[in-house]
Design a protein around this ligand. Structure first.
Ligand code: SF4
Length: 215
């Protein structure tokens, strides 16, 4: 499916009640060939007005965290588990996340990321439980490591669960953990680069299936 088709289907979507409260849907943005996909929770006020993800304070922090590992936001792709703003910035409901899954899966299928970074509890729960069929506990219990997941109908990816940047704005004590988890993105890239190198030399390693080229 083409990106424009996905955007159009989100724009016309009324699969959950959030379509009633949105100003603009927020499909996501970034590099359509990105290796790394970030999945956050839901658009906030600024995102709802602009139609762009992560444009408020949390977005600024995300950009700082990306820069700290040598990445720009244009190089990655950023979306959310729900594409329309919940009223009063409440948490997205499970049924809304599931209703929006058709769009999230279409985005994953288009981007074909090798690394998915989940930002926050709803995103982690969605990727692990709904797509990965794996148990999800909480961000604080799951974060701090790289997981290899087989996502339903979407193939294998490395997944790094971490806090939503907004959590670090409310509670500065979260920030060191967030920074540590972003350093895992570098580790994941290095892991992938090593496998690519050994594959190029004709010495495939056990994680070879992670390296299949974008289909
Ligand atoms: S949040 Fe997702 S499922 Fe709900 S109306 Fe918006 S695009 Fe559709």
């Amino acid at each position: 499916m083409l990106w424009n088709t996905i955007v159009e289907s989100i724009r016309n979507c009324n699969k959950c009640m959030l379509h009633k409260s949105r100003t603009k849907p927020v499909p996501g943005e970034g590099n359509l060939d990105a290796v790394i996909l970030f999945i956050g929770e839901a658009p906030g006020r600024q995102e709802d007005l602009s139609g762009r993800p992560f444009v408020g304070q949390a977005g600024k922090l995300l950009e700082v965290l990306l820069r700290s590992i040598g990445l720009r936001r244009e190089e990655v792709f950023i979306t959310n588990v729900v594409k329309c703003r919940p009223p009063n910035n409440r948490d997205p409901k499970e049924e809304e996340v599931r209703a929006c899954s058709v769009h999230t899966q279409a985005i994953i299928r288009l981007i074909k990321p090798k690394v998915i970074v989940t930002l926050g509890n709803h995103s982690g729960k969605y990727v692990f439980s709904v797509l990965g069929g794996r148990e999800w506990m909480s961000v604080s219990r799951m974060r701090g490591r790289i997981y290899e997941l087989e996502l339903r109908n979407l193939g294998k990816v490395l997944v790094i669960p971490t806090y939503h940047p907004a959590a670090a704005l409310y509670n500065p004590k979260v920030r060191p953990a967030l920074e540590k988890d972003f350093s895992l993105i570098v580790e994941a890239q290095e892991r992938l680069a090593k496998i690519e190198e050994s594959t190029a030399k004709g010495k495939p390693k056990s994680l070879l299936d992670f390296l299949r080229s974008k289909q």
